[in-house]
Design a protein. Structure first.
Length: 163
């Protein structure tokens, strides 16, 4: 079954595509919500939350979908007020990971994302002038443990060597 975005690309109609970015961290009281464009938009997320995204100057390059081990997406977030820089510094001081969720919406339907959201972990961030440069990845095969469960002798006594 075709997603709404696939129908959008095939139709060539008047509908516009909007990218929204949700940056969240356990150290923050609430997430950073930013959308492309000049107007704030209120959207329904895939889990039923109603969020208002603040219009901002962001540019998102959607990563290609392939079977490589590590796929990164880089983009810039407007930081004229210094709000994003302050939040990222709070996360660094707390030693917490920043999670990024990229959702694509169509102008005709803000009740659900047009395709499955990209959930990514922010890997690096930097500040250049009035923008925050963020690099995030959504499949990190290199840093994924081969064994998801760490086996130890307290849970598995048969692992202990008996001379």
């Amino acid at each position: 079954m075709a997603t709404a975005l696939e129908r959008f690309y095939a139709s060539g109609g008047e509908d516009q595509q909007f990218a929204t970015v949700e940056l969240s961290c356990p150290a923050w009281a609430e997430p950073i919500l930013i959308c492309q464009g000049y107007d704030d938009i209120t959207c329904m997320t895939e889990d039923g939350r109603l969020l208002t995204f603040i219009a901002g100057a962001i540019d998102v390059s959607i990563p290609k979908r392939d079977n490589s081990g590590n796929q990164n997406v880089g983009f810039a977030i407007d930081n004229v007020t210094g709000f994003a820089q302050q939040r990222i510094n709070e996360a660094l001081e707390a030693g917490e990971y920043v999670t990024l969720i990229l959702r694509m919406y169509l102008e005709s339907d803000f009740t659900a994302p047009a395709e499955r959201p990209y959930r990514m972990r922010v890997k690096t961030s930097g500040f250049e002038g009035l923008t925050v440069q963020v690099e995030a990845g959504y499949y990190d095969l290199i840093n994924t443990a081969a064994l998801r469960h760490i086996y130890n002798v307290s849970e598995f006594p048969g692992l202990k060597y008996w001379p």
